[in-house]
Structures are given as C-alpha cells and as structure tokens.
Design a protein around this ligand. Structure first.
Ligand code: XIL
Length: 464
C-alpha cells in the first residue's frame, strides 16, 4: 500500500473536490526539469481548473529519462494496465496489488492525482472468469469491485467502473458479464463501486463515443436512465484513440450534451495515430488535431481533464495493435517534444517561445509577411509565415525572403517552394496559392532545425 503521506494528501484533495464541486486540481505540481523552464502541461491545465495527465505502465517505471518527464510534466496519472482484472484478481478471491501500488505511489510522490482503470471490462480478464457459473458471476463481480475500489479507497479520484460495454451500433457488447448477468450488470458495478469508495468519481469509459453517433447515443441514454433511477454515475470517459485528420466535428457538442445530463466528461486515453513514418505535414496535422481536442475540452466547463495514453511514441500501444501506424503521442521516442506537444501547450494558454514580427515589404510591393514560430523543441522548430495582400488588386504570385542569423535550417516546407542559398531563404508561392484576393491571406509552414538560439528573422514580401 502507498505510504501514509499519500493518504493525508488525498484527504486534502478530497476537500478540494468538495469545494470545487468537480475535481481536485488545485494541488501543487512538481517544478519542471531545469533543462526546460516554463510551465508544464500540468501547470497550464491546473490554471484552467483541469488536469493534463498520462497513462503509464510498470515496465517504464525503471527508465530514468522516461520517469523524469512523467513525474514533472503531468498532474494526473492513469494506471495503464495493472489495475485490470487479470492483474488484480489473477485467481478467484486472491487479490494482488503489487504492480498497481507502485504506480499509485509514484503518482503520490509527484503530487499527481490518479484515475483508476478499470474495474469491469471484457478484455484482460483472468481465464478463470469463464468457468464461473452464471448464477455466481454477479457476486464475483461485486466482490471484485468491492476489493479493488476498496483497496484504493481515498487514493483514486476517478474510477473507470465499466469499460467498453457497447458495440458500434449501440447494442450491448456480448461480454461474459452481459451474457451471464444481463443488462443490469453495469448498474450493479456502479453501485458496488460507490459503496466501496464513496468519494471517487465513477465513470463509464468507451472508444468511438467522441462524436455524436449510434454508440455515443447509447451511452447518453444509459447515463440519462441512471440519472433518472438514481444509480450512481459521475462521469463519462471519451477514450479518444483518434486517427490523423479525423477528430469528430461534433466532439465539443457531444461533450456538452453529456455535461448537460449532469455528469463530468474526461478525455481519458488520447492518442492520434498516423501511418508511419512521421513527416512534417503529418506532424502539422497532428498538432492541429491535438489543438482541436484540447480546445473542445476547454470549451465545456464540465470537461475536467485530458489524459494521453502514455506520452512518448516509444511507449505507445498503437504500433502493436494497428500495424503500420504509430507516432500518435506528444513526445518522440527520445522524449523530445513534438509539434503536437506545443499545440496542446499553446491551447492550454502557454505562450510560444518566439515573438511574432511583421515586416512590410518595399513600398508598393503589395504584401506583408508575418513569421511566427509555432512550436519549438530541442534542436527543432516549426514556423508559419502568413502572407497578406495589401495591394489594390489580387496577386498572381508572391515571394518571401529572409536571412537566418543563427545557422537555422529549413528541413521540410509546405504550401510554398523554397530556394535556400546558404542562410538566405526565398519562398515563392506554390502553383495553387499565388492568387490572394485584396486583403486576403495565405500561409506556408515548415519544420526546421536550430542549434539553440532561434530568433525570428526579418522577412520581406514582394508580389509578382
Ligand atoms: C491497452 C494497453 O495500453 C496495452 O498495453 C494492453 O496490451 C492492452 O490494453 N482501451 C482501453 C485500454 O481502455 O485499457 C487499452 O489499453 C487501450 C484501449
């Protein structure tokens, strides 16, 4: 069991829950590592009354570069595997918390709140479950929930009580619980969890319920009927295992409709996968997608936090389950921050590291260019240049020029054609964006490298 100090802190967090009415996020967050001054995602989220967390798993707890980030960047941890049934009750009536306790202790040592995951799920079950006679399974399930939620009583702020109970068409998944107990098993699991830990917020958690559709409608109706019947439920977890460029357009609206039922919402397992390998264009799309998800959560007061399903591409479940896909997270394999990290950082209210400069080109040239660093990480950066037509007629082409002063390079550029001559960069329009209407804008972007200092260069713009 985690140390008594952890229990004391949890009591404090529970008080904060009562005061805020939603969730304990008012806690201190560990200072960022010295190499990386500036607010962490956890600190930025806390300033918004929310958490930003990561799932983690036991094997990585021995990896020092990994735990340095895990312990400092986030103010919430989800136990990625070892609270699942196969680990916590490997034999009927024999409970084992050795692994999960280590993760909970890590979180407590770093002032991070814990989401418990998960009490009742059709996957990662021990083999003996299949041999339980139908008439005994309800009792077995209640015992399991009582034991696990009881063990972590006061130490877990949210429980994913039931996970993935619906099919895509909104019908019940034919899990062993559904088949042997029937429709009532979900309500029974929630009642048992409330009895075991009255202070934990109880969540229903699922995937493909981020947007409005048949499956999220089914969850919506479940929550609504629970509320009407007085069956305890406090939140809905949207897993958000998303695909590049496919954030559902109804995400914010969907979060809002759950909130309107009187439950909290959390983004519980966020990752946004792409065909590997990464490239600059995919990274830019992924950054935009992470920004969209973060903004959707921030737009709804009852969206209490976001959790990524581990934070480094080197420790993601995606490549093993979706062959040929990956690079779904916010840090790369070497723990360097990706454009997706900076998108979340900025959406949460962090400021970008370099200021914006606008330079007007020669008088009469008819355009201005604004150069902005949108993200920066160790050795690399992403920038965007917006070209505005300030002339009296539409442009038929444009040229933007600048000279780097600190040895920066451009590695990959989109929406323009680059000619680099030493430190002198010339970008002309792409075949499809030379025309800009009067007072209209277009933009090109790029990923590049820097060696430590990356001041914004002076840019000039000329029309063709
Ligand atoms: C995944 C883990 O990340 C993997 O390590 C494990 O092998 C399988 O489960 N939805 C869930 C999570 O609710 O528990 C799953 O986690 C990912 C999908």
């Amino acid at each position: 069991m985690p140390a008594p100090a952890g229990r004391a802190r949890r009591v404090l967090a529970a008080t904060t829950v009562a005061v805020m009415g939603t969730l304990a996020v008012g806690m201190a967050v560990a200072a960022p590592s010295s190499a990386d001054a500036g607010p962490t995602l956890g600190q930025l989220a806390a300033a918004q009354g929310r958490y930003f967390g990561s799932a983690t798993d036991n094997p990585t707890l021995d990896n020092a570069p990994y735990t340095a980030v895990l312990g400092s960047e986030f103010n919430q941890i989800t136990v990625g595997n070892t609270q699942k049934w196969m680990y916590t009750e490997p034999n009927r009536g024999q409970f084992d918390y050795t692994q999960a306790d280590k993760i909970v202790a890590f979180a407590q040592a770093h002032d991070q709140i814990v989401r418990g995951h998960t009490l009742v799920w059709h996957n990662q079950l021990p083999g003996w479950i299949d041999t339980v006679p139908a008439g005994e399974l309800l009792g077995v399930m209640r015992d399991h929930v009582a034991n696990v939620a009881g063990h972590y009583q006061g130490e877990v702020v949210h429980w994913d009580v039931v996970n993935e109970a619906f099919e895509e068409d909104g019908t019940r998944r034919q899990s062993v619980f559904q088949q042997k107990i029937g429709d009532s098993y979900i309500a029974e699991a929630f009642k048992a969890a409330r009895a075991a830990d009255p202070d934990a917020k109880l969540y229903y958690n699922d995937y493909n319920i981020e947007g409005i559709g048949a499956k999220s409608d089914a969850v919506y109706n479940l929550v609504k009927s629970f509320k009407q019947q007085g069956i305890p439920i406090d939140g809905v977890g949207l897993q958000a295992h998303l695909i590049l460029g496919q954030v559902p357009s109804t995400l914010r609206q969907n979060i809002q409709r759950f909130a309107d039922l009187g439950v909290d919402v959390a983004i519980t397992e966020l990752d946004i996968r792409m065909r590997t390998p990464r490239d600059a264009t995919k990274d830019a799309q992924q950054a935009a997608d992470y920004r969209t998800v973060t903004n959707a959560c921030l737009a709804v007061a009852r969206c209490v936090g976001i959790t990524v399903w581990d934070f480094s591409d080197g420790y993601s479940w995606i490549p093993s389950v979706f062959p040929g896909e990956g690079a779904a997270l916010i840090y790369d394999e070497n723990f360097a921050k990706k454009p997706s990290y900076w998108a979340v950082h900025e959406a949460l209210g962090g400021t970008t590291t370099t200021t914006t400069t606008t330079t007007t080109g020669n008088t009469g040239s008819g355009c201005t260019a604004t150069y902005r660093v949108t993200g920066q990480w160790h050795g690399g950066y992403q920038a965007e240049v917006t070209v505005r037509n300030t002339g009296a007629t539409a442009t038929s082409g444009w040229t933007v020029r600048w000279t780097f002063a600190q040895g920066q390079t451009v590695r990959s550029l989109w929406n323009g054609v680059l000619t680099a001559d030493g430190q002198e960069m010339t970008v002309r329009n792409a075949p499809y964006n030379g025309r800009i209407t009067v007072d209209g804008t277009t933009a090109f972007g790029f990923i590049g490298a820097h060696t430590g200092t990356n001041d914004t260069p002076t840019v000039t713009c000329a029309t063709a």
